[in-house]
Design a protein around this ligand. Structure first.
Ligand SMILES: [Fe+2]
Ligand SMILES: [Fe+2]
Length: 166
C-alpha cells in the first residue's frame, strides 16, 4: 500500500498521523468497503483530518483528535459478520477499535475515550471535546461518503491510496 499525498496537505497534520499510517494492520483497513463508496482506511483518514482541522480551529488537542479520528474504526474485520458478544456492530465496533488501538499503539486515555464514544447517540456520550469533534466528523464524513461526495483528503485526490500492484 502506497499513500500518495499532494503538497497542499498540512505537513503538521501528516507528522501526527504518519507513525499510525505506517502500520500494516491499519493499512489493511483499505481492504474493507465502508459507507458503500469508500473503504475503511480512507474513511478513517477523512475523519482524522476533519477532526484535526476542527480541533485546531477550536483550540483543542488537535493531535489527539487526529490520532483518535484515524483509529476510531480500527477494526480489520467484516462488519457484516456476527460479533463475538452478540451485540449489534454499532455498539461492538468502538470497543473493538479501542482494544486494537491499545494493543498496537500507545494511546492516551483521552484518545481511548474518543474512540469508545464515536457512535453516540448509539452508545455512550462523549466525555471530552475531542470525542465530540470525532463524533461530529464521523457523521459528516459518513453522510458525504454515502452521497458519494468526496470530503476532506478525498477531495481533489489530496490523498490517494494505491496498492503495490497499481
Ligand atoms: Fe465507527
Ligand atoms: Fe467511522
Amino acid at each position: 500500500m502506497d499513500l500518495q499525498v499532494s503538497d497542499d496537505v498540512s505537513k503538521e497534520y501528516l507528522a501526527e498521523v504518519l507513525p499510525i499510517l505506517e502500520n500494516e494492520e491499519v493499512l489493511s483497513l483499505s481492504t474493507f468497503s465502508h459507507h458503500q463508496w469508500t473503504n475503511r482506511l480512507m474513511h478513517s483518514i477523512n475523519v482524522s483530518y476533519l477532526s484535526w482541522f476542527i480541533a485546531k480551529k477550536l483550540g483543542c488537542d488537535e493531535k489527539a483528535a487526529a490520532r483518535a479520528g484515524l483509529l476510531h474504526d480500527f477494526c480489520p474485520y467484516d462488519f457484516k459478520k456476527k460479533t463475538p458478544t452478540g451485540e449489534h456492530q454499532a455498539f461492538y465496533h468502538p470497543k473493538a477499535a479501542a482494544r486494537n488501538s491499545e494493543r498496537v499503539f500507545q494511546i492516551s486515555e483521552r484518545e481511548r475515550k474518543a474512540i469508545l464514544t464515536h457512535m453516540f447517540p448509539l452508545g455512550p456520550m462523549p466525555t471530552n471535546k475531542e470525542a465530540w469533534i470525532i463524533t461530529l466528523a464521523d457523521k459528516i464524513c459518513a453522510s458525504m461518503e454515502l452521497c458519494h461526495v468526496a470530503i476532506a483528503l478525498a477531495r481533489r485526490n489530496r490523498l490517494v491510496l494505491r496498492t503495490a500492484s497499481a
